[in-house]
Ligand binder design. Structure first.
Ligand code: ATP
Ligand code: MG
Ligand code: FE
Length: 332
């Protein structure tokens, strides 16, 4: 079966062609416009999606070397995300399905981040644990089957990606700051600055205290040295990254111990972080886990993960009607 996948939940317009479970194209149009506002502006995102969606889909079809008549079903991100942004992808998918008289498949964006692990080998086996870390979510998920997922723990305030981006703002780095902190951290000393580890019960997370601690630390240091950030950016970034990573991995370790599950995966934009990838691999060696880390292009928002999730739904005839609408909040 040939599946067209569409992603438009935030600031990436993406389209992908999946043929019998294999990805043949994954075109991503990133919206540069938001950088100068220091974050995603919803109205601008909707407008950019409208401008990008048709060329992006056309390029995905062209790259996959198929004709649009060959598409058997269209899968789209229904939620969670920005409502106006989701509406563009949803409306496009509905029109396309109606015009071509093919089935329509709704996909949960957070499930899709996890199902990105089924794009390439090696694939995890059910049940596995997935630490989903993105711009809006931080969750430890017990994945029992493709569409049977249980959230064991999640953030009580900021998401891990938000912690990276908000910290970057404090450090005067442009949006999105996560990748820049990662870059600076590679040349820094992770033990240079002591940052607190929040004491949260169970498998939940909290990142808002960390953000405040960093703000106070920077303010204090700048009193002594106005050029503190300029002189110590690498060490600050390495310390911040190392703390975020240890908060994430300590809970993941706890979840693995409590469930006895040995197949451990990460997903979402923050799984592109080099410190997280390295430490997870080291932890996996130590605890004899099978660790699964997605390829970079399948970590942040992309339509390949929507197409692969759509393919799994196609196999079980899980379709939706033309009355479907986007959902800003959507449960797993
Ligand atoms: P959600 O999936 O929760 O709806 P989103 O789709 O906006 O949110 P993603 O696109 O999955 O999130 O991930 C974007 C986030 O990943 C941003 O916060 C960004 O800073 C972060 N990120 C990307 N690369 C890195 C990196 N190398 N290190 C740290 N953070 C990173
Ligand atoms: Mg994004
Ligand atoms: Fe995402």
């Amino acid at each position: 079966a040939v599946i067209l996948g569409i992603e438009s939940s935030c600031d990436e317009t993406s389209a992908s062609i999946c043929i019998d479970g294999e990805i043949f194209s994954n075109v991503i149009a990133t919206q540069a416009i938001h950088a100068k506002y220091g974050g995603v502006v919803p109205e601008l995102a909707s407008r950019a999606h409208q401008q990008n969606i048709i060329p992006t889909v056309e390029e995905a079809i062209r790259t996959a070397k198929i004709h649009k008549n060959q598409i058997d079903a269209v899968a789209f991100t229904r939620g969670p995300g920005l409502l106006g942004a989701l509406l563009v992808g949803t409306s496009f998918a509905k029109s396309f399905a109606l015009a071509r008289n093919i089935p329509l498949i709704d996909v949960n964006h957070m499930q899709a981040h996890i199902l990105a692990h089924f794009i390439e080998d090696p694939k995890p086996t059910f049940p596995f644990l997935c630490l989903t870390v993105s711009g809006g979510h931080t969750q430890i998920v017990l994945v029992k089957d493709y569409f049977e997922m249980e959230i064991l723990g999640q953030t009580l305030d900021d998401a891990a990606g938000e912690a990276f981006d908000k910290t970057a703002k404090i450090l005067n780095l442009p949006y999105p700051g996560g990748p820049l902190i990662d870059k600076h951290a590679q040349n820094g000393n992770p033990d240079a600055y002591k940052l607190p580890e929040p004491q949260i019960q169970g498998l939940d997370f909290s990142f808002s205290g960390l953000k405040t601690a960093i703000l106070y630390m920077v303010q204090k240091e700048e009193k002594a040295d106005p050029d503190f950030l300029k002189n110590h950016m690498d060490d600050v970034c390495a310390s911040v990254q190392s703390r975020i990573v240890s908060i994430l991995l300590n809970k993941l370790k706890k979840a693995a111990k409590e469930t006895g599950v040995k197949d451990i995966a990460i997903a979402g934009g923050v799984s592109a972080n080099s410190g997280l990838r390295r430490e997870l691999l080291a932890m996996g060696e130590r605890y004899k886990w099978n660790v699964f880390i997605p390829k970079f292009e399948y970590c942040t928002d992309n339509a390949a993960m929507i197409a692969i999730a759509g393919y799994q739904k196609y196999l079980i005839n899980d379709f939706v009607g033309q009355d479907v609408g986007p959902l800003a909040r959507m449960h797993m």
